[in-house]
Design a protein around this ligand. Structure first.
Ligand code: Z5A
Length: 223
């Protein structure tokens, strides 16, 4: 595999969408991507997200976040839908892109399932690990940037933005457990997950993200 997968993670409103857009612009406009093309196997940049990274995944995203009707979604159904979304995204988009040399910026990946369905919904961790393994077919991120912000701050930001999907509307307790999940994942995988203090201004957060990405690009080039 020639490309690299960079994942952005964190609770609602932590600033992933904002920082992915800034990172994309920076990589394209600073000349860094052009430099990478000549000095490494990276050929292009793509931005994607889970759920919803392909056309079929978009339909799954709609079902997950904005279901119609009154029927409550079962926790295992939710887990299986996230796994279905990931399976389609990995096989139909991520792996082909990485094989072509893409530098991929992805909004959420496997850690979200562990944090939300594992810690949040309290579903069995072994089951989640098995499903993640099946859905990814072994693909892991090269770098995960965890935008760490207090749940209350993130939810307030998300609320001000004015959306509010099915999961955003879950209890504060649920979101605290999700945050605990990300915290424990970062402690368990210090090589892969870099914690970014996302409670600061957009500009300060972005500076840390630039530093982390540059550091890892250098490491990958040297490898
Ligand atoms: N989910 C799951 O349960 N299991 C899984 O396996 C996967 C996902 C893959 C996806 O929703 C949902 O799916 C998500 C987890 C679940 N739960 N929910 N809800 P989504 O993709 O629609 O949304 P999200 O991933 O939760 O992100 P978000 O709510 O869109 O937030 P964000 O992208 O992290 O933040 P943002 O849009 O960049 O910023 C939010 C607002 O804050 C915005 O007005 C910004 O201008 C502002 N902002 C950003 N940064 C700052 C700073 N630094 N200071 C002040 N204000 C800021």
């Amino acid at each position: 595999m020639q490309g690299r997968l960079i994942v952005f993670e964190g609770v609602e409103g932590c600033g992933k969408t904002t920082q992915i857009a800034r990172s994309q612009t920076w990589l394209l406009e600073s000349g860094l991507l052009a430099q990478l093309k000549t000095q490494s196997q990276i050929s292009h940049l793509v931005v994607t997200r889970e759920p919803g990274g392909t056309e079929l995944c978009q339909a799954i995203r709609q079902l997950l976040l904005h279901p119609t009707g009154q029927e409550a979604m079962q926790n295992r159904t939710e887990l299986l839908l996230y796994a279905a979304d990931r399976s389609q995204h990995v096989a139909g988009f991520l792996k082909p892109q990485l094989a072509k040399g893409a530098l991929v910026l992805c909004d959420r990946f496997t850690d979200s399932t562990i944090a939300y369905q594992g810690y949040g919904r309290r579903l069995d961790r072994n089951l989640i690990d098995q499903l993640n393994q099946i859905a990814t077919d072994g693909l892991t991120s090269d770098l995960t940037l965890w935008l760490d912000v207090a749940v209350e701050v993130g939810l307030m930001r998300a609320k001000q933005r004015g959306t509010g999907d099915r999961i955003e509307q879950a209890t504060l307790d649920f979101h605290q457990r999700v945050q605990q999940g990300f915290t424990e994942l970062a402690q368990a995988h210090p090589q892969r997950i870099v914690r970014i203090d996302a409670s600061r201004s957009e500009e300060q957060v972005f500076k840390d993200i630039q530093a982390a990405i540059q550091h890892h690009l250098k490491r990958w080039q040297a490898a």
